[in-house]
Ligand binder design. Structure first.
Ligand SMILES: Nc1ncnc2c1ncn2[C@@H]1O[C@H](COP(=O)(O)OP(=O)(O)O)[C@@H](O)[C@H]1O
Ligand SMILES: N[C@@H](CCC(=O)OP(=O)(O)O)C(=O)O
Length: 377
C-alpha cells in the first residue's frame, strides 16, 4: 500500500530561477526531495514546465519567442533537453522517469482521458516518476489546456492525488502582486475562492511563466473540489516539497473540500468544453445555488448556441455571471421552445418529454460560490 500521491507542479520560474537557462543545481535539490519521499513510499508525479526555456537555452536564442510557431519549435527542441536533464538527475537516485505529453483533447474525450489515466497509473505502479508537460509542439491554442497550473489540477484529478503543490517564484498568494506592491501580505489559508480573491491574483509579469497567480487559483479551485489539498509555495524554499507533504504550513494552503465532487461532476468541470449558454432568472439562480435544486425550463430566460441533448452548458445569472455548469437533458432548440414554461407543458410543446428538468441536479456543478458546504453536491 502506497502512502499519499503528490503532484508537484514546477513553473518555469522555479526551473530557471528567472534566468534564461535551466538551473540544474536547483533541479537536483528538487529531485533529492522527490527521491526521499519516493523511498518513503509516496507516489510522486511531476508536472514540469520549462520546455520553451530549455529550447531557448539549447539554441542560444536571444529574446523571447513571439510567434506560436517559434514556441512550437522551441518546445520541440526543449522538451527533449528538459526530459534528459530530469532523467539524468533522477538516475542519480536510481529512479526512472516516464514522459507524458498531454493536450486538452487527451483530457476532454472520455476514452482518451481513461487511456491517459491508465498510462499514469501503470507508470506509478512500476515506481516510476511520471513527468508531464503540455504537448506544446503540436498543441495550438484551440487544443491547449494553455498553462501547466490548470494541467496540473487535471493531472491531480486523474491520479486521485492527495496533494497538489504549485511551486513558483513567490512564497505563495499575496494580497496583491508583490512584484508591484512590496507591502502585499502573504495569504496563509484560503477556504473560499470567490471573485474578490480572483481580483487579487494577477497574471505573470516575468515574461517566463504563463498565467501568473490567476491560473494557479483556477487550478486550486478545480483540485480542491476533487478533495485535493493545494499549496502554492516558493520552489526555492528549503526542503519545500518535503515540508509541505509532512504537513508543515508553508506558503498558501487551500484545504480540499471535505465532501469532494464525485467523479462524474469533476468530469463536468474539466471534460468537454461547454456547447451553449443558458441565461436564468433570479428565482432559478437562487434555487440552483441556495436550495440545491435542478434547473427547470421555467427559470430559463434565453438559450444560446446549438447543442444536442447531453451536452455541457454554462448557466448564467441575470448579471451575466457564470453560476453553474451542467449537462442539458434537452437539445438547444427544444430548450428554446420550452423556456419560461411549466414542466407539465413540455409534452404538449415538443410532442415528447425527457422528464421535467432542463438540467438535473445530479448533472450540475455550481461554480460561483466556493464554500465548504454541500453546495457542490
Ligand atoms: N497576488 C499575487 N501573489 C503572488 N504573485 C502574484 C500575484 N499576482 C500576480 N503574481 C505574479 O505571479 C507570478 C508567478 O506566476 P508565473 O510567472 O506564471 O510563474 P510560474 O512559472 O511559476 O508559473 C509571480 O512572479 C508574481 O509576479
Ligand atoms: N508548457 C510550457 C510551460 C507553460 C506554463 O504554464 O508555464 P509556467 O507558468 O511557467 O508553469 C513549457 O514547458 O515551456
Amino acid at each position: 500500500m502506497h502512502k499519499q500521491t503528490i503532484v508537484v507542479k514546477l513553473g518555469t520560474s522555479v526551473l530557471t530561477g528567472g534566468k534564461t537557462r535551466l538551473d540544474r543545481a536547483h533541479m537536483i535539490e528538487l529531485v533529492r526531495q522527490c527521491a526521499r519521499l519516493r523511498k518513503e513510499g509516496y507516489r510522486i508525479v511531476l508536472v514540469s514546465s520549462g520546455a520553451i526555456a530549455a529550447g531557448r537555452e539549447h539554441l542560444q536564442m536571444q529574446g523571447k519567442p513571439l510567434t506560436i510557431s517559434q514556441k512550437q519549435m522551441l518546445a520541440a527542441v526543449g522538451q527533449s533537453q528538459l526530459i534528459r536533464v530530469w532523467e539524468s538527475l533522477f538516475a542519480l537516485y536510481d529512479l526512472h522517469v516516464g514522459q507524458l505529453l498531454l493536450t486538452r483533447a487527451d483530457l476532454e474525450d472520455r476514452e482518451r482521458y481513461l487511456n491517459a489515466r491508465d498510462a499514469l497509473h501503470a507508470v506509478l505502479d512500476y515506481g516510476i516518476i511520471p513527468i508531464i508537460n503540455e504537448n506544446d509542439a503540436v498543441a495550438t491554442s484551440e487544443i491547449k489546456v494553455g498553462d501547466n497550473d490548470n494541467l496540473s489540477a487535471r493531472v491531480a484529478m486523474l491520479v486521485d492525488a492527495d496533494q497538489l503543490l504549485l511551486l513558483t517564484d513567490q512564497p505563495g498568494l499575496f494580497t496583491a502582486d508583490p512584484r508591484r506592491y512590496p507591502d502585499a501580505q502573504l495569504i496563509r489559508e484560503v477556504k473560499v475562492i470567490d471573485d474578490t480573491l480572483r481580483r487579487l491574483a494577477g497574471g505573470s509579469v516575468s515574461g517566463l511563466g504563463t498565467g501568473g497567480m490567476y491560473t494557479k487559483l483556477q487550478s486550486a479551485d478545480l483540485a480542491r473540489r476533487a478533495g485535493i489539498a493545494v499549496t502554492i509555495a516558493a520552489g526555492r524554499a528549503e526542503q519545500v516539497i518535503e515540508r509541505v507533504v509532512k504537513g508543515e504550513v508553508v506558503g498558501t494552503r487551500f484545504p480540499g473540500l471535505i465532501t469532494p465532487l464525485e467523479h462524474r461532476k469533476q468530469w463536468i468541470l474539466v471534460g468537454p468544453p461547454p456547447q451553449g449558454d443558458l441565461q436564468l432568472d433570479q428565482g432559478a439562480c437562487s434555487a440552483v445555488i441556495e436550495r440545491g435544486s435542478s434547473l427547470l425550463p421555467k427559470g430559463i430566460v434565453s438559450v444560446s448556441g446549438q447543442f444536442s441533448r447531453g451536452s455541457v452548458v454554462n448557466l448564467y445569472n441575470p448579471d451575466g455571471d457564470l453560476i453553474a455548469r451542467g449537462i442539458s437533458r434537452y437539445k438547444a432548440d427544444d430548450l428554446r421552445s420550452i423556456q419560461g414554461h411549466h414542466s407539465e407543458q413540455i409534452q404538449n410543446l415538443l410532442g415528447y418529454a425527457y422528464g421535467p428538468v432542463a438540467v438535473h441536479r445530479d448533472d450540475l456543478v455550481v461554480t460561483q460560490l466556493a464554500t465548504d458546504g454541500d453546495i457542490w453536491k
